[in-house]
Design a protein around this ligand. Structure first.
Ligand SMILES: Cc1cc2nc3c(=O)[nH]c(=O)nc-3n(C[C@H](O)[C@H](O)[C@H](O)COP(=O)(O)OP(=O)(O)OC[C@H]3O[C@@H](n4cnc5c(N)ncnc54)[C@H](O)[C@@H]3O)c2cc1C
Length: 423
């Protein structure tokens, strides 16, 4: 196989990179081992909540905090991207999602506080339309509805925590879906499929209407459809006359899957391709260029040639980085790593410490054009770019910045790879 641009990794940064390259007119292929973090994420795009990792309170204006990065934290990927490029990439992401039937709210000017399945708040910058009415900055009463038999969602706990920590009065109701599920499993996917059915939506809306003491705002776990929540949400709101919002669940995450599907559809419509379930295991070089990779496809080994390449293989979670006893390494090209702490200081003794673990800041070092480089800022390969969680100099988990870094560095590195492929 031959292509203009190869993107390795099919997570949020890889999909953003492929769209960026394809928009520049470059034929693009993604080769990916798996689905990436989107399938276990909340479906909200975190931009920046805790810029110092240990702040007591989240910042409420992510773009303002990101604007200070160049001065305060120059090795952060956002310091290289800049606010203008970030805003452009986020706007492109939201427009793509909307075109594919997935409305997203937010432009980076403010964080919303979205309730979680544990009754805590997620400070986050871009929120699916199906979650936006749950914003905890709004103190109006809510009713949390759970589903009989659905594990991992405890409406009473959610209501109690929201009351204690956010002074929001929340009542609880439980709906028994089993008579309408025709024997399918009562889990997020089973309920997601059920909500794609008009008669199930009507039964659920009928339950809301039969309980006349329910509040105007109703929170339910994020199960309003597998590929999209828009139709079920509209139907429920029209029949019940109430505002409905989804609460992100523990994995598997339907809102994360919806984003994956929307970006994938857009890429296919533009002529891009995805080869999934195939880990890249070897690289061929020619001088200062990478020219092809070998990947496992079932029992056989195949190769793909390209003009430029984007590494979007994620962090330790997805296998882009490896944490060995002696060193932290990048798993495909053996690229230089920055931000790696001494072996003895990799982990915080307090597992749940707000500031996270020092090891999480390690990752691939890049120049201003997002080409992997050494300490001398000289690019290791002239046609290789890197993006997303693979990058060093930031900790997406303690900062709550992962989605914004993935979309912006993915878009920019994909565009650069697309341009480089046409030279
Ligand atoms: C559990 C968890 C939940 C999170 N939830 C959120 C959230 O709700 N919101 C948010 O903004 N951020 C969240 N984050 C941060 C998240 O990591 C980033 O937002 C972002 O999704 C990372 O995208 P990525 O594409 O860089 O990496 P990943 O999503 O990790 O994707 C990496 C891809 O590379 C592939 N890959 C790896 N090695 C190879 C190889 N050798 N060959 C081929 N393919 C390979 C993987 O299979 C995968 O497809 C979460 C992180 C974790 C760990």
């Amino acid at each position: 196989v031959k292509t203009d641009v190869l993107v390795i990794g099919g997570g949020l940064s890889g999909l953003s990179a492929a769209l960026g390259a394809q928009r520049k007119g470059a034929q693009t292929v993604i080769v990916s081992a798996g689905m990436g973090v989107l399938y276990v994420s909340s479906g909200c795009i975190d931009l920046m909540a805790y810029p110092h990792g240990k702040d007591e309170m989240p910042v409420m204006s992510p773009l303002e905090a990101i604007g200070k990065m160049k001065k305060e934290n120059p090795s952060h990927p956002y310091a290289k991207i800049g606010v203008k490029n970030l805003s452009r990439a986020l706007d492109g992401f939201s427009k793509t999602c909307r075109r594919q039937g997935l409305a997203m709210f937010g432009d980076g000017s403010k964080n919303r506080l979205i309730p979680t399945a544990l009754g805590t708040a997620r400070p986050t910058g871009i929120v699916p339309a199906s979650m936006v009415k749950g914003d905890l900055m709004d103190k109006s009463l809510m009713t949390i509805i759970g589903f009989e038999g659905l594990r991992d969602f405890f409406p009473r706990m959610v209501a109690r925590e929201l009351g204690e920590n956010f002074a929001i009065g929340a009542r609880v109701k439980v709906f028994d879906p089993s008579p309408f599920m025709k024997g399918s499993m009562i889990n997020t996917v089973g309920l997601g499929r059920a909500f794609e059915n008009l008669s199930f939506c009507e039964e659920f809306a009928g339950f809301i209407n039969d309980n006349s003491n329910l509040d105007d705002r109703i929170g339910i776990p994020a199960v309003l459809g597998v590929d999209g929540a828009g139709v079920a949400l509209k139907t429920l709101e029209e029949i019940s006359g109430r505002s409905i919002f989804e609460i992100p669940m523990l994995p598997p995450s339907l809102p994360g899957k919806r984003i994956y599907q929307a970006l994938k559809r857009e890429l296919f419509e533009m002529g891009g391709q995805i080869i999934n379930g195939c880990p890249v295991i070897s690289v061929a070089k020619d001088g200062d260029r990478v020219v092809s990779v070998g990947y496992k496809a079932g029992g056989s080994l195949r190769s793909i040639e390209f003009k430029s390449c984007v590494a979007a293989t994620g962090s330790f979670f997805s296998g882009g980085l490896r944490c060995g006893r002696k060193a932290i390494t990048e798993s495909i090209f053996n690229l230089p790593i920055c931000g790696a702490p001494d072996t003895d200081n990799r982990f915080n003794p307090n597992f749940l410490a707000k500031e996270g673990h020092p090891v999480c800041k390690s990752g691939v070092m890049v120049d201003a054009a997002f080409r992997p480089c050494g300490k001398n800022e000289k690019a290791v390969f002239s046609n290789l770019f890197a993006c997303g969680d693979l990058l060093g100099g930031f900790d997406s988990l303690s900062e709550r910045s992962g989605g914004g870094v993935a979309i912006s560095t993915g878009t920019i590195s994909g565009e650069s790879a697309g341009e480089a492929a046409q030279k």
